[in-house]
Design a protein around this ligand. Structure first.
Ligand code: NSS
Length: 431
């Protein structure tokens, strides 16, 4: 009796073995009395040769009628064949169609916008399949790192009454007559968890009403956020470089075949190791000015600035100690320089942009209250957050990493939307 196997198993099977495969038609062509089908499943593609004299007549007719992307099952003998892709071919003995596909709308050289319109179908392309596999691995390694280092995974709410990262990018909605928002960040809740669990992380969607179209902004993205009691900004940066290096090294070591399919060289990822280079905001500003950039103190960096700062780097770059006025209310003020905060942004090499934002938090009640007022936030909505500074408050720090930004850099993708199956941007919430 035949075994049901995956395409990858068929490549490992002994020649002469009889196997049964299930999947989709990736390519099809016929020549004389033979139909060559490239069969695709989640593990890869393999050639199958359907000869008229080898199969029952209806099987041959179905094979000749079935268009690409039809779902099929077939049974046959594994043969070595130098002419076939990968040096293997299935000599088919029986062939059934599960569903005859309608003519597939995706052909060669289609526009980016069209491929986004049919994203639900484009997901099965080799490119998207490989990106999704790599993303799955990367997320697994990130979780593994936290698990090995004593962090608990927690689950914050998505519906909230608090802004975390400024009003300009809030998605507001009517919550049974009350004003509420989609979460921009789990951070404020993360700060509540640490009094129970000390070291925690969250993987959840964050929402930002980003009104501009760029290579790195989504309106819905996956946010990996960490928070730890008793950590200062130094501890925070060290943890970030360990986390990022761990994920890069694991992917390079365990998944080099996958990386090859994505045209990403494993060696670069193996070289990502602590410590990462660091510049203070003021040093970065000086460097930009040396390059001829006109920029005021206190201005945020744009994509071009980030590109200049990270050009040719092998590892990500920390830019730390930012002007207080450019950053949110919750960041701890620098003890010696009151116009600065204890924070760091981590910029990926070669202009891939900011992948992490993190800081030490204000942990004292009076200071936090003052900053909330300075920023004009409604103190009533933050009473619970202020409570955290009343009952056993401790110094603490945390950060947030954008999964799609990290994946974009690690796989060297062009656009952040290539790193997420169904991207949401200003002009798109379909499919
Ligand atoms: O705004 S952040 O810089 N920081 C926070 O939200 C903190 N509250 C996180 C924390 O300390 N717990 O966002 C963090 C990261 C940022 O570095 C990006 O990698 C990513 O989140 N990010 C985004 N990715 C994709 N699209 C958009 N629009 C986006 N905004 C931030």
């Amino acid at each position: 009796l035949e075994r049901i196997v995956k395409v990858s198993d068929a490549f490992k099977a002994k020649p002469g073995e009889r196997v049964r495969l299930r999947g989709w038609i990736y390519r099809t062509r016929s020549s004389g009395g033979v139909i060559f089908i490239i069969l695709r499943d989640s593990t890869g593609v393999i050639q199958a040769a359907i000869k008229k004299q080898n199969v029952p007549q209806p099987d041959f007719e179905n094979a000749s009628r079935a268009l690409i992307e039809s779902s099929v099952t077939l049974e046959g003998i594994v043969r070595e064949d130098k002419r076939a892709p990968g040096g293997r071919e299935i000599e088919v003995k029986s062939f059934q169609v599960i569903q005859f596909s309608h003519p597939f709308p995706i052909g060669k050289d289609q526009s980016t916008e069209f491929l986004l319109d049919v994203r639900h179908l484009w997901l099965r392309s080799q490119k998207m399949t490989n990106v999704m596999k790599a993303r799955s691995k990367i997320v697994r390694y990130l979780r593994e790192f936290f698990d090995e280092n004593g962090f608990w995974e927690v689950t914050p709410p998505i519906i909230t009454k608090n802004e975390c990262e400024g009003g300009a990018t809030l998605f507001e909605f009517n919550y049974f007559g009350q004003r509420a928002f989609l979460s921009q960040s789990a951070q404020l809740y993360n700060e509540a968890f640490i009094t129970a669990l000390e070291k925690i992380f969250v993987l959840a969607p964050s929402f930002r009403a980003e009104k501009s179209r760029t290579l790195k902004h989504l309106t819905e993205y996956w946010h990996l956020e960490e928070e730890a009691a008793f950590y200062d900004n130094e501890d925070n940066m060290r943890l970030q470089e360990q986390l990022v290096s761990f994920a890069c090294n694991k992917l390079a070591k365990n998944d080099s075949e996958l990386l090859k399919l994505l045209n990403r060289d494993s060696k670069t990822l193996l070289e990502v190791k602590p410590p990462f280079p660091r510049l203070s905001y003021d040093q970065a500003l000086e460097k930009l000015r040396e390059e001829g950039v006109k920029i005021e103190w206190g201005e945020d960096f744009g994509a071009e600035h980030e590109k200049l700062l990270t050009k040719g780097l092998k590892k990500p770059l920390f830019v730390h100690t930012w002007p207080k006025k450019t950053k949110p209310f919750y960041m701890e003020v620098h003890p010696q320089k009151s116009e600065y905060v204890l924070n760091a942004d981590l910029l990926a090499p070669d202009g891939h942009g900011e992948i992490i934002g993190g800081s030490q938090r204000i942990w004292e009640y009076d200071k936090l209250l003052q900053r909330l007022k300075e920023e004009g936030l409604n103190v009533k909505d933050y009473e619970w957050y202020l409570d955290l500074r009343k009952y056993g408050s401790v110094p603490h720090s945390g950060f947030g990493l954008g999964i799609e930004r990290l994946v974009k850099w690690m796989l060297n993708l062009e656009h952040v939307r290539d790193a997420i199956p169904f991207p949401r941007v200003i002009n798109r919430a379909y499919p």
